[in-house]
Write a new protein. Structure first.
Length: 148
């Protein structure tokens, strides 16, 4: 097994209608306004951008994001990732009893040299770092949705 390969899944229960959640998630250039670990998003064109993220650990990940699927009727946003990580990420937004369930799936191979070097001993820490980032993102999105 390649210790630099990761699969993540996060489920966010959100107190807003699915259309409102989807409308926010489909605008990645605005993520830094509500998700503090997303430090910078630079649009290159209508379907591509460069993203820089940094969570608790003292390293940045920078990668290019290319839209591969945008389906508002199905509530799906999917992107291909390349750079410090290669793979894909997908939001699936569905109605739930209390508003919306936003499911985030990501499968990536890490290319950043430092993270590959510490892949085995650092794996639990890297996974915990990702969980913290996702928790913070959910809190930020809830606050953002309540403010609009």
């Amino acid at each position: 097994m390649d210790r630099s390969h990761y699969r993540f899944r996060s489920l966010w229960a959100l107190p807003a209608p699915p259309a409102a959640v989807y409308a926010v998630l489909e605008r990645p250039e605005e993520y830094p306004r509500w998700w503090r670990q997303v430090r910078e998003v630079t649009r290159l064109d209508d379907a591509t951008g460069v993203v820089r993220v940094r969570s608790l650990l003292p390293y940045d990940l920078t990668f290019t994001v290319r839209e591969v699927r945008r389906d508002p009727a199905a509530g799906i946003l999917q992107v291909a990732l390349s750079g410090d990580v290669d793979g894909w990420a997908r939001w699936t937004v569905t109605a739930a009893a209390s508003g919306t369930l936003a499911r985030y799936d990501q499968t990536v191979d890490v290319n950043k040299k430092l993270l590959r070097r510490f892949a085995v001993p650092g794996r639990p820490i890297f996974r915990a770092n990702h969980r913290l980032m996702m928790r913070s993102g959910r809190r930020g999105l809830v606050a953002h949705l309540q403010a609009v």
